[in-house]
Design a protein. Sequence first.
Length: 83
Amino acid sequence: MRLSELEDKEVINACDCKRLGFVVDLIIDECKGNIEALIIPKSGKLCGLFGEGAEYVIPFQCIKKIGPDIILVEIHEEKRKEK
């Protein structure tokens, strides 16, 4: 699967049914070539604009299902990293 295909899918947290957003980047282990995490920007106040520039970093092992329209993740609030 290509990054461009992942960017079209919305990321939903199964623990609280919150929409987290869309994938904008990946963290990749250069030695192994594995995806380590998904990067999802936090939404701003107006259509994603004027936000604080923070983002979610979702570890790849938290992905439960990649469907045709969404990526379902299971991540508890205390484990969610924000940059």
